[in-house]
Write a protein that binds this ligand. Sequence first.
Ligand code: P1T
Length: 381
Amino acid sequence: MGFATDAIHIGQEPDPATGAVIVPIYQTSTFVQEELGKHKGYEYARTSNPTRAALERNLAALERGRFAFAFASGMAAINAVMTLFKAGDHVAAGRNLYGGTFRLFERVLKDFGLTFSYADTRQLEEVERALRPETRLLFVETPTNPIMEITDLAAVAKLAHRHGILLAVDNTFMSPFFQQPLELGADIVVHSTTKYLNGHSDGVGGAVILKDARLAERLKFIQNAAGAVLGPFDSWLILRGVKTLAVRMRQHNANGMAVAQHLERHPKVRKVYYPGLSSHPQRDLARKQMSGFGGMLSFETGSLENARAVLKSVRLCSLAESLGGVETLISHPATMTHASVPAEERKQLGITDGLVRISVGIEDVEDIMADLDQALDQIPN
Ligand code: P1T
């Protein structure tokens, strides 16, 4: 079946107990046992819950994996992946990660003996140089948050496997509608489901999807043992969101492209970062491994004062962290999402004080552009 059909149906068969067309919210912590060891497949809701299980089946199918595990947030999902490894292991990561991922690596996991180094994963030689005998994982985001750099997933998967290393990809920005890293050779996909998968900015969650049964068994053990599981109501919200993922992503993509082109023509905008623009240095690679460019873009206003003027003046666009919802959100990476990245590294990445990020929503695109125009007018000439 096609993607949209799978999104609506897989894991979402009518409820066997009642015939309910929509998977019910099984808001229960435990399940009765008829006698010792005899039950209907569920014992305790940290271990498994039918609403969460439905979501996990659905996400496994959409990412073309075999197993999925839902967590309480994107960060909980990434943390669970990291606990597949042990003290002394090394992780090579992309240099431009979501600030919270960098913070988890540098300020939590380092204290437990994992080591990290960062590479410009656009350059295969740089990735290879970052590898050490004790490297176990290569962790990348593509496109990156917020500079929209693209990593060639098929190429880094090959490289990782040649060295006996796993490849994990944070696919939050594209969603499985536009990019399927497991099909390109990745071993692990992580998501902040808070974003496009939920799509309505009304729940925080995360997921890990994989193909390998042994890895999945270990991750399932970790999910239950560490316990950062997604609750039934949040699982239900994502199931509901995923049903419209295909139509939403098409519109995010159309609006994203229109806003990116509009901003690129605007005299107050110095540079636009969007993989669908012909000015993006990796547009061909983006076209090859993604089936759309999505709704995320960033643009350079030239200074903190200019960025501040824009962010203070928007009316339709909301100044807020997060992304991937139906409404347009606008943010300032240097002081918001990427504040935990040291200033020197931010500068190297291009996360300047004048950089503004937009999660382009699916409102009428003329309204989004008009709002940005009136806000950009506040930048002095
Ligand atoms: O917020 P949470 O659900 O824990 O997900 C963390 C996360 C992981 N990976 C990527 C690529 C992300 O963008 C995020 C969260 N990002 C934001 C809150 C943001 O505004 O960029």
